[in-house]
Design a protein around this ligand. Structure first.
Ligand SMILES: *Cc1c(COP(=O)(O)O)cnc(C)c1O
Length: 373
């Protein structure tokens, strides 16, 4: 069987009439910097995640950076995180002068393996930074228990997990949550980020750090930055956040279809023991649909990805190099870690389109070409 060639991108921002109207209205209002729309997005975000506070930022990276600083992290402190993530998770630790410590991953979930976490704790450990990779929540029952036992803060990287739950709790509500609203994320504003927390002190510090340490105009209480969001971005974010369930349901349906139809690759499952009835209400939000070519070398995987891209199945590799092998981290001497699974799996993974714009023919086309690899 050959199917007529198409071109299916790995991700596709969905911007409709409502988003356009919201931006135009903002421009016409004359208030384009941080103002009423940022406040509204924060209010709506806190409601969705179920936290007392939400603080909008200029990006997911600045959300993470601010969160680290608001928790008082700095030189001499250690933060445990995943080496198998977008580099911003690790860079945000490095920005503060703290040291990243890498916990190996569970090959089934791609998230840090809580069974390997406790052995990494030293007297210098101050926080755990779980990354809910691809939209699947980490095992927060186990991580919370370890954090509580050792008095550690939890700062969650929720850049890919908006709407994902662990049990009945949204990711971002376990500790201090850091979200990204970058153009390819499940819900977006172009560029943007959000910090969620129930901690009044963290929220107050985060707001101050976002705006040059200013609680009162031109009185600078502490060293801050300009990490603000604009109302133009917030206007898009408000509309997009309102479409969270619509987007998530479509991603889940696409992932379920792919799980049922792909034969040539190891498909991802929602392996959580979160207590959700996954068949009825899967908590995975499928930011990426990531498969494995088990036992493949990076070259073999790259050849498969090139073949698929050639026929118009847009694939990406998230992520080909774990933090422990990134050049700038080696140069800084911050690459030490015993993470064999992250290093193997980064050779085997690639991600297929799962975004809400796919139609039935797109899915058939993807399955046909993946199964022919
Ligand atoms: C996108 C992303 C970030 C950074 O967000 P930006 O908005 O691009 O700065 C951080 N962590 C993870 C896991 C991400 O996917």
């Amino acid at each position: 069987m050959t199917l007529p060639k198409r071109m299916i991108p790995i991700s596709k921002p969905i911007l409709g009439e409502e988003e356009k109207k919201a931006v135009l209205e903002t421009m016409e209002s004359g208030m384009i910097v941080q103002g009423p729309r940022v406040a509204k997005l924060e209010e709506n975000f806190a409601k969705v995640i179920g936290t007392k506070h939400a603080i909008a930022t200029s990006s997911g990276t600045t959300a993470l950076h601010i969160a680290m600083l608001a928790h008082g992290l700095g030189p001499g402190d250690e933060v445990i995180t995943s080496p198998f993530t977008f580099i911003a998770s690790v860079n945000s630790i490095i920005y503060t002068g703290a040291t990243p410590v890498y916990c190996d991953i569970d090959p089934n979930t791609f998230n840090i393996d809580p069974a390997k976490l406790e052995a990494l704790i030293t007297p210098k450990t101050k926080a755990i930074l779980p990354v809910h990779l691809y939209g699947l929540a980490c095992d927060m029952t186990a991580i919370e228990a370890i954090a509580k036992k050792h008095g550690l803060a939890i700062i969650e990287d929720c850049a890919q997990s908006i709407g994902a739950r662990w049990g009945q709790t949204m990711t971002g509500a376990f500790g201090t949550g850091c979200f990204s609203l970058y153009a390819t994320k499940n819900v977006m504003s172009g560029e943007g980020g959000m910090i969620t927390t129930n901690d009044d002190k963290v929220a107050d510090l985060a707001k101050a750090i976002r705006g040059h340490g200013m609680r009162r105009r031109y009185y600078h209480d502490l060293l801050g930055y300009n990490f603000r969001m604009t109302d133009l971005h917030a206007a898009i974010g408000i509309v997009q956040l309102g479409r969270l369930d619509e987007f998530t349901n479509k991603r889940r349906a696409n992932a379920a279809w792919l799980n049922a139809h792909l034969t040539r690759v190891k498909t991802p499952k929602c392996f959580t023991s979160c207590g959700n009835d996954c068949a009825a209400s899967c908590s995975h939000v499928w930011h990426q649909y990531t498969v494995r070519l088990e036992g493949a070398s990076a070259d073999e995987r790259d050849r498969a990805v090139a073949r698929l891209n050639e026929v118009g199945v847009g694939c990406g590799v998230f992520y080909p190099v774990p933090a422990t092998k990134q050049q700038h981290i080696i140069d800084l001497g911050l690459h030490h870690g015993n993470v064999p699974l992250a290093e193997t799996i980064s050779n085997e993974v690639f991600s297929l389109p799962v975004h809400p714009s796919l139609n039935g023919e797109d899915l058939e086309y993807i399955a046909h070409h993946v199964n022919a690899l």
